[in-house]
Design a protein around this ligand. Structure first.
Ligand SMILES: [Zn+2]
Length: 419
C-alpha cells in the first residue's frame, strides 16, 4: 500500500467528542487509575523476558484484562495476546499496540522494583507500554456503550529484532474481527529523549528501516611474501569499505538519506599469511522504501564489482530487518491535535526529524493507515539531552507520564469509533 495516498482519519476527526464527554475526562480517569497502571508496570519490570516467548508477561497481561468484557486470544507461534472489545454499535475496527519484550542486558538503576532477572531488563520501556495499554483497555471497556466498532489490543512479543509483529500479522491479526478488518492503528513508544508527559509525532517517516548485510570476499590464501601467487582479499575488502561510503555520498539524495556502516571486519590470523577470505558485517538505515531498495542493490553491486575488478569474488548476504515506519499524515495530525486537547499545546510537539532506530510496528503501518508517537518520560530532574536513553542499563522512565499515555491510547481509539 502506498502510505501517502492511504485514507486517513484527518484532523477533523479529533474534534469529535468521546461519548459526549470530551477528551479531558479520559485523562482524569487515567490519573485516577494510575496506581493500577504503575503496579502492573513494576511487576512487569521485575520479571523481564526477552524474545518471542514471554510466558510470565503473557500471564500478567491475561490477568490484567481477565475481568474486562474483552475477548482474549493467545498466539500460536509466539506468546502474543490479542484482545477485542466490542462497542455497543457496529463500526470500524481500530488497533492499539503495546509491545511486551525486554532486552538482554543487566539493569544497574538501583530502583526498588529493578529487574530480578540477571541479563534481562525492560530498558526500552515496553513494560510501560503494556501497562498503559491495559489501562486504556479499562478506560475503553468502561465506555463501551459509547463506541461504534471494535478495539483490538495488540500485545506483542519480540519487538527487539525478533519480528514479533510480523508473526502476529501472519496469524491473522488484522482479520481478528472477520466482518470488520482493522482499518486504523496507533502505538506509543516511551522515551527519555523528550520532556515528560509530552506527545511527539511527525507525518511520514518516523523511524528508519534497518537491514543487516554480510559481504564475504573470497580470495586465495598464500605466503605474505608472494602475494602474486595468492589472491589477497584484504585490500579488496578495504576498498569495498571505502567504495560503499563513496557510493552513499555520490548516489544518495541528502533529502532522502541513507546510512551505511560496516561495524565488523575480519580477516586472517597472522602477519605473514594471506588469508583466503575476508568478512564484513554492516547495517543500512533509510527513511523510504525506495531508498531502501536502491541502497541494498547498490551495496551488493559495489561489493561484487570492486571484487571483480581485482579478479576476486564478493558474496553478498542480506538479513532482512524492519521496514521504514511511516506515519499517515492525517493520523499524525490527529495525534497532534488530540494531544493538545488532552495535555495542552505545550505538551504536543511535531518532531523535526525521524529517529534512525527501527520499529516493527512498521509492518502494521504497511497494511493500515496509522501512526506511532513518542511519549516523553525523562525524569524531571534530568535533561532529556543527557539522560540515560532507551536501551541503557541506567535508563529510568518517569512514571508520572503514564496517565498521559493511557489517555492518548484511549482517545485515539474512542475518536476512531465515535460513530
Ligand atoms: Zn522499544
Amino acid at each position: 500500500m502506498d502510505m501517502n495516498s492511504a485514507p486517513s482519519q484527518g484532523p477533523a476527526a479529533s474534534s469529535r467528542v468521546v461519548g459526549g464527554e470530551g477528551v479531558l475526562p479520559l485523562l482524569a480517569a487515567a490519573r485516577a487509575d494510575a496506581d493500577r497502571t504503575v503496579d502492573l508496570r513494576r511487576r512487569l519490570h521485575r520479571q523481564p523476558e526477552v524474545g518471542l516467548q514471554l510466558p510470565a508477561t503473557q500471564a500478567m497481561v491475561l490477568a490484567a484484562l481477565g475481568d474486562l468484557p474483552i475477548e482474549l486470544t493467545t498466539g500460536t507461534s509466539t506468546s502474543s495476546v490479542v484482545g477485542v472489545l466490542r462497542g455497543a454499535r457496529p463500526g470500524p475496527t481500530y488497533l492499539l499496540r503495546g509491545d511486551m519484550d525486554a532486552l538482554p542486558l543487566t539493569e544497574t538503576t538501583g530502583l526498588p522494583f529493578a529487574s530480578e532477572v540477571p541479563g534481562a531488563m525492560h530498558a526500552c520501556g515496553h513494560d510501560t507500554h503494556v501497562a498503559m495499554l491495559a489501562g486504556a483497555a479499562r478506560l475503553l471497556a468502561a465506555r463501551r456503550d459509547t463506541l461504534a466498532g471494535q478495539v483490538v489490543f495488540m500485545f506483542q512479543p519480540g519487538e527487539e529484532g525478533h519480528h514479533g509483529a510480523r508473526f502476529m500479522l501472519e496469524e491473522g491479526l488484522l482479520d481478528v474481527v472477520p466482518d470488520a478488518p482493522v482499518s486504523g492503528a496507533f502505538a506509543l513508544h516511551i522515551s527519555t529523549v523528550f520532556p515528560t508527559g509530552t506527545i511527539n509525532v511527525r507525518a511520514g517517516a518516523m523511524m528508519a528501516s534497518a537491514d543487516q548485510f554480510r559481504i564475504i570476499v573470497h580470495g586465495r590464501g598464500g605466503h605474505a611474501s608472494t602475494p602474486h601467487l595468492a589472491a589477497d582479499p584484504v585490500p579488496v575488502a578495504a576498498e569495498i569499505v571505502l567504495a560503499l561510503q563513496a557510493m552513499v555520498t555520490r548516489r544518495v539524495d541528502v533529502f532522502d538519506p541513507a546510512v551505511v556502516t560496516i561495524g565488523h571486519l575480519e580477516a586472517g590470523t597472522k602477519d605473514n599469511i594471506i588469508p583466503p577470505s575476508a568478512v564484513m558485517d554492516g547495517t543500512i538505515r533509510t527513511l523510504s522504501p525506495e531508498r531502501r531498495a536502491d541502497v541494498l542493490a547498490s551495496v551488493q553491486r559495489v561489493a561484487e564489482h570492486v571484487a571483480a575488478a581485482h579478479d576476486l569474488r564478493a558474496e553478498f548476504v542480506r538479513v532482512e530487518g524492519y521496514p521504514v515506519t511511516v506515519n499517515d499524515a492525517g493520523v499524525a495530525a490527529q495525534v497532534t491535535e488530540a494531544a493538545a486537547q488532552l495535555l495542552g499545546e505545550q505538551a504536543s510537539a511535531v518532531m523535526a526529524a525521524p529517529l534512525m532506530g527501527a520499529e516493527d510496528f512498521s509492518y502494521v503501518l504497511e497494511q493500515v493507515p496509522g501512526a506511532m508517537a513518542f511519549l516523553g518520560a525523562c525524569p524531571p530532574e534530568l535533561d532529556p539531552a543527557t539522560a540515560p536513553g532507551n536501551h541503557s542499563d541506567l535508563v529510568v522512565f518517569d512514571e508520572d507520564a503514564l496517565p498521559a499515555g493511557v489517555a492518548m491510547y484511549a482517545v485515539m481509539a474512542a475518536q476512531a469509533l465515535a460513530g
